[in-house]
Design a protein around this ligand. Structure first.
Ligand code: GLA
Length: 666
């Protein structure tokens, strides 16, 4: 999918409207110096493109697109709908979004629109139509960029626009108000509806809102944003534009189910801002990269935004260490990206992001940031592209609907952070240098030999069936704790817990045994020690009471109220094996279990015997190795070091150093 003159996309958001036109010539000269191939234009340009309703000013945009094209630089052209211009709220204040508490969000920042507002949608459609008609045949335009970071600031809108659209969405989903009542269990707390017109978004109420209403509102919010994106996509395609279409994701973002979005996009792209101060952030970054690779299997993705150096929006904004930005960029390439872009090209001189670093810093080209930007551009310019990304042998189940259901209050354990638990398993797999696909349960199968499905509380019937078939067909599954508790509607199933997977797991579950978090200032059991075949570990948050019903106990609890009870179980089912963990294991426990499970399932690591702080990933026969540790690291691997051209039987990497090694045929 690569464009421009090189094989990788390289560039960033470019906001030329913030600068006098004479600066533009310096911009493109510097872009060439840095080997920039593409810039994202017009993300926040609505007020400049359309100064009043029905009035368009494309002159400046024509000139900059032509100038870029004359210099061999491509354009990822935004539809510019992410931030409505002042005339819109002046004339149509009803487009503004409203919080759950009933506060209308004012203009003056960005993203101040209600996604289901018919007025916003009409005006957005007019804008997109005008932009696409004008530029669809321009040879510089290589990609379309829908809106920007959907739901970044407004995670959900509770306005009357949302109310009306939510009612229509529910009517479409359930058909009758009786079906809605059944789905939401409205005989509880006198919530029975007699008309869809009585239903509201789950605005702040005196007590917890109905969990079915909350879950459906998350689904509705996702769908209403996706409708906006698909409206723009439809305009682009019906105008005859053929360039690939993307929108920038934000890693595992809670508000939007990217697994549902990805099939509608030609290219998956992601924005990533790991905290330079956090030594573990390269692990959470790795999770996001694997998620992007998994959203569209076999297709390269793009890093659409990262920072060249410090941010402006954390409480304290540390600079990136020398080499850290390039190491994080290499991590994207290794995990399937064919492009590295930044927010933004030239650092703003005014506005709330003026302290946000950029490719071309405010202090100019005599800076470390600029040297690193030029060096990275040069590196990508010389790097061959690799196969998109090998299918992994391990599936890590990550499911937005489950996340949303877990986020609701009134559970046995209300301090569970689903993403934290899933990324904990991902980090253990990363330390073991095992390549992972991150998928919803329905996507487990194919090349996968091992599936890990932590805290899969909400399990749709299709997901449960896929996991069962996976085990019966010879796969190894680990799930638990607090898994297979409710169906897709957040209802218990008749007969107790673990109703779909209990038979293959060979256990029953009686009680959840919630633990108090270790750092909480309150009485109660804080952790449960676990002893077993894979060593000792510590469990948190749950110490469930499970009973063996065919399974063997691989580990037992050795402290607290569950002492002597099974903590980790294993059961042969069909041609495979199903494991259950009755607690949230700490890192040591996850590491030990991963090595057990991988051995049992015959999973091959990308490299064997590398230090845990080396990040390893595979694209075909190319292995990317990055040292995120504090000390030099040596990895035994035979092949060609692509950057140096040297034949190697091992590579030694300084902190933040990386290598792409084309392996010798085995
Ligand atoms: C997001 C936005 C950008 C910019 C960056 C700053 O990713 O898409 O416009 O605001 O954050 O980090």
């Amino acid at each position: 999918m690569a464009g421009g003159t090189t094989m990788y996309y390289y560039g960033g958001d470019y906001n030329p409207e913030q600068w006098p036109e004479e600066i533009w010539h310096d911009d493109v000269a510097r872009m060439r110096e840095a080997n920039v191939t593409i810039v994202t234009l017009a993300v926040f340009s609505w007020s400049r493109i359309q100064p009043a309703e029905g009035e368009f000013d494309f002159g400046w945009l024509d000139r900059i697109i032509d100038l870029l094209h004359d210099n061999g630089i491509g354009v990822d052209l935004a539809t510019a709908t992410a931030s409505p211009p002042p005339w819109m709220h002046e004339k149509y204040p009803e487009i503004l979004p409203v919080t759950r508490e009933g506060v209308t969000l004012s203009p003056g920042g960005r993203q101040h629109y209600a996604p289901s507002s018919p007025v916003y949608r009409r005006l957005a459609a007019e804008l997109v139509t005008a932009v696409v008609e004008r530029y669809k045949d321009h040879p510089a335009v290589q990609m379309w960029h829908l809106n920007n970071e959907y739901a970044c600031h407004v995670h959900a809108d509770y306005s009357d626009n949302a109310r009306d659209a939510f009612r229509a969405w529910l009517e479409d989903r359930y058909g009758t108000v009786e079906a809605l009542n059944a789905a939401w269990g409205t005989n509880f707390w006198s919530q029975r509806y007699t008309s869809f017109d009585q239903v509201l978004p789950p605005r702040i109420a005196p007590a917890s809102s109905n969990p079915g209403q909350m879950l459906d509102f998350r689904r509705f919010t996702n769908d209403s944003l996706l409708e906006c994106a698909l409206m723009e996509k439809e305009i682009i395609r019906s105008a005859g534009a053929t360039q690939p279409i993307t929108t920038n994701f934000m890693g595992p973002w809670p508000a939007v189910d990217y697994a549902k979005w990805a099939p509608h996009l030609d290219v998956v792209s992601d924005d990533a801002y790991p905290d330079p101060n956090d030594p573990g952030s390269f692990r959470t970054a790795a999770f996001a990269r694997d998620l992007m690779r998994s959203l569209k299997p076999g297709t390269p993705w793009l890093l659409m935004e990262q920072s060249s150096n410090a941010l402006n929006w954390r409480p304290s904004n540390a600079p990136k260490a020398p080499g850290q930005m390039e190491a994080l960029s290499a991590q994207c390439v290794g995990r399937g990206a064919d492009g590295i872009l930044f927010f933004q090209w030239r650092q703003s001189k005014a506005g709330s992001e003026k302290f946000h670093s950029a490719m071309l810093p405010h202090a100019g080209t005599g800076t470390r940031t600029w040297r690193e930007i030029v060096r990275l551009g040069g590196m990508l310019d010389s790097l061959p592209t690799f196969e998109p990304g090998s299918p992994a042998q391990v599936a890590l189940v990550f499911d937005w609907e489950n996340w949303w259901a877990l986020d609701n209050p009134d559970h046995p354990q209300n301090r569970l952070d689903y993403l934290e638990v899933v990324t904990r398993w991902h980090a253990a797999l990363q330390r073991a240098h095992i390549q992972v696909d991150i998928v919803p349960p329905e996507k487990v199968g194919g090349e996968h030999r091992l599936a890990i499905a932590p805290v899969l509380y909400l399990m749709r019937d299709e997901g449960a069936a896929a996991l069962k078939a996976f085990v019966e067909g010879g796969g190894t599954l680990l799930t638990g704790p607090f898994s297979d508790i409710v169906d897709g509607q957040d209802h218990f199933l008749a007969g107790g817990f673990i109703q779909r997977l209990g038979a293959i797991l060979g256990i029953t579950l009686e009680d959840f045994g919630a633990l108090v978090p270790r750092d909480a200032d309150e009485p109660g059991e804080r952790e449960a020690r676990v002893e077993g075949a894979f060593g000792d570990a510590v469990g948190e948050l749950f110490a469930e009471e499970i009973w063996l019903d065919g399974a063997e106990a691989v580990a037992t609890f050795s402290s607290g109220r569950r002492t002597g009870n099974p903590a980790v179980t294993r059961h042969q089912a069909g041609a495979g094996t199903a494991w259950y963990a009755a607690t949230v294991l700490d890192d040591e426990g996850c590491d030990a279990l991963v090595s057990h499970l991988a051995a049992e399932a015959g999973v091959e690591p990308v490299v064997a015997g590398a230090p845990a702080t080396v990040d390893a990933s595979r694209r075909g026969d190319v292995v990317t190795l990055i040292n995120f540790g504090q000390d030099d690291a040596t990895v035994a691997i035979g092949g060609t070091d692509i950057l140096s051209g040297a034949e190697v039987d091992k590579v030694t990497l300084a902190p933040f150093e990386f290598a792409f090694v084309k392996e010798l045929a085995q």
